[in-house]
Design a protein around this ligand. Sequence first.
Ligand code: SF4
Length: 88
Amino acid sequence: MNTSDEISDNMVEARGPGDLVIILDRSVCIGAADCVALAPVGFAVDASGKVRFVNPDAESGSRIWAAARRCPTDAILLEDRSGTSLYP
Ligand code: SF4
């Protein structure tokens, strides 16, 4: 399990590969699991039907990006390590 930080009740953040920082907004996640299909090393859906981190820093950057772009609710936000928003 990768170390992640809880930002608020429904927001968690973890380091991804390279310069990526990944934020999961669990309040808007609908459990569609597209992200899990595209980046299974990085993400899973928990028992409550919400996305959670697995090992995001071991997932490839291209898979993380694909998962963020595919998420139907933009629940996966990407930043660089200086805090600049990259996606959406
Ligand atoms: S693709 Fe988006 S809505 Fe679906 S489980 Fe992943 S984060 Fe949640």
